[in-house]
Design a protein around this ligand. Structure first.
Ligand code: AMP
Length: 441
């Protein structure tokens, strides 16, 4: 094939990743744990479609945000509908809440969601264009105890997965508070405009709060002396924030009051928080974040429904778990290999393979191979405990040769008895392994 035509071969899209077989046990481990957390905290699972109407995200996340301005995978479908691959989950959950009449259920309605999201971000370590999140949302109650419960859940999940998280927290007040604050912020930057890049000037005009979480060092320095939103909170919003913090104190959850934390999306109000890994003091690789979004459901056409939630990124979590050497279960290796010699044996072995599976023993084989030596090499490579050999002699005798791969000892077992014998032996070796794993037994 010429170099030129090779260039045209289909490739993985930039910023997308395959999740390979060897990584699946880590993913499964994490997903299982998160599901168990959801159940134990009383959150019910909801799945939403990958594709939604574009207007859902424009209305909720907001026009001036990075997500809507630059990052959505949007297209017009065959039915001439403007659609978008979901860039976040909360908007879809709010839409589903309205469309399925969740409003009539006892409050709060506690929902758990897990799935892939799509953002046309600049790919880098910990930043992909397709990534996974799990979300916990609590809809229907305005009380600060809801915010505290969600922070407890987010913090505990990350901690019990073996990491040392730090909760960063702020209040961005209600809409009126933010309007007053935005004015003060624009006033503060006016005499300092010549120190700002065009990008930051644009942000200041469109979405001034976003200047607070700018990554540029010169802006960060200016932000240090900028007015802080906590000084602009109404009495109600302030009381709410204090109550959330009191709950966190009672729960002994360590937190950092971070006046620069605003979270980019339009739907947030009052409490906003992020979960940062220890040692990250910029939040560039935050594990997750969330906050209150009291106006979202109503803005999408539902009844007024105060709500709050958070999302945590799975790839980031796995990345940090690997970096911190958190033990993650390895895939179970198969324990039985079936080796055959000759056409008749091959037929019998495929049947044996299926009979073993039905008996609850998952075996491996290389039935397409001919040479016994080659097959034994494979069995050695995958480190099975036993190999069942069905050669020409065994076919005539109606037996199977069972080879213990640890010590090379081979036994002849009659074909009829081989499945229960193998089951017995495997059980025994599991018991032995368990015994040796108990430190003081
Ligand atoms: P956000 O919805 O932007 O608040 O993100 C919540 C969490 O999702 C982040 O803290 C990350 O763990 C994860 N996340 C967000 N964007 C990406 C991305 N582009 N690639 C990988 N993970 C991401």
């Amino acid at each position: 094939m010429s170099e030129k035509s090779k260039d045209k071969l289909p490739r993985l899209l930039r910023g997308m990743k395959d999740i390979l077989p060897q990584d699946q046990s880590q993913w499964d481990h994490l997903r299982q744990k998160v599901k168990a957390f959801a159940t134990s905290y009383g959150f019910s699972r909801i799945d939403t479609p990958v594709l939604e109407q574009t207007s859902l995200f424009v209305r909720s996340v907001g026009k001036g945000t990075d997500i809507v301005e630059k990052e959505m995978f949007s297209f017009v479908d065959q039915g001439n509908e403007q659609v978008t691959l979901r860039p976040e989950a909360t908007a879809s959950i709010a839409r589903a809440f309205i469309e399925h009449g969740f409003v009539n259920q006892p409050k709060p309605v506690k929902l758990f969601w897990m799935g892939p999201l799509f953002r046309h971000d600049r790919p880098q370590a910990g930043r992909q264009r397709q990534f996974w999140q799990f979300d916990f949302e609590s809809l229907g109650e305005a009380h600060p105890v809801v915010d505290a419960e969600l922070i407890l859940v987010a913090y505990t999940i990350v901690r019990e997965l073996g990491l040392e998280p730090v909760v960063q927290i702020n209040s961005i007040g209600d809409a009126q508070d933010r309007e007053r604050y935005k004015k003060a912020l624009v006033e503060y930057f006016r005499p300092r405009r010549n120190q700002l890049s065009d990008e930051i000037k644009k942000r200041l005009q469109r979405n001034p709060l976003r200047v607070l979480d700018a990554k540029e060092e010169e802006v960060r320095i200016l932000v240090q002396d900028a007015p802080q939103i906590v000084d602009f909170l109404s009495e109600e919003a302030n009381k709410h924030f204090v109550k959330v913090l009191e709950h966190l104190d009672e729960l002994d959850i360590p937190y950092v009051l971070n006046p620069r934390l605003v979270r980019g999306l339009d739907y947030y109000n009052r409490t906003v928080f992020e979960i940062w890994p220890t040692g990250d003091d910029t939040g560039q690789l935050a594990l997750g974040g969330g906050g209150r979004y009291d106006g979202l459901v109503e803005s999408l056409g539902g009844q007024p429904t105060p709500a709050a939630g958070f999302a945590i990124g799975i790839e980031r979590l796995l990345m940090k778990m690997r970096e911190a050497n958190v033990p993650i279960p390895q895939p179970e290796t198969p324990r039985i290999f079936i080796a055959q010699l000759g056409e008749a044996s091959r037929k019998k072995c495929l049947k044996l393979f299926e009979d073993l599976r039905r008996a609850g023993v998952s075996a491996v084989h290389s039935l397409a191979k001919d040479g016994i030596k080659q097959q034994m090499e494979i069995a050695n490579r995958i480190k099975v405990k036993y190999t069942m050999i069905l050669g020409q002699k065994e076919m005539i005798d109606g037996t199977v040769l069972l080879r213990d791969m640890d010590n090379g000892i081979q036994e002849t077992i009659s074909f009829e008895k081989v499945i229960p014998e193998v089951q017995k032996r495997l059980e025994r070796s599991v018991l032995k392994a368990n015994r040796t794993n108990v430190p003081y037994a």
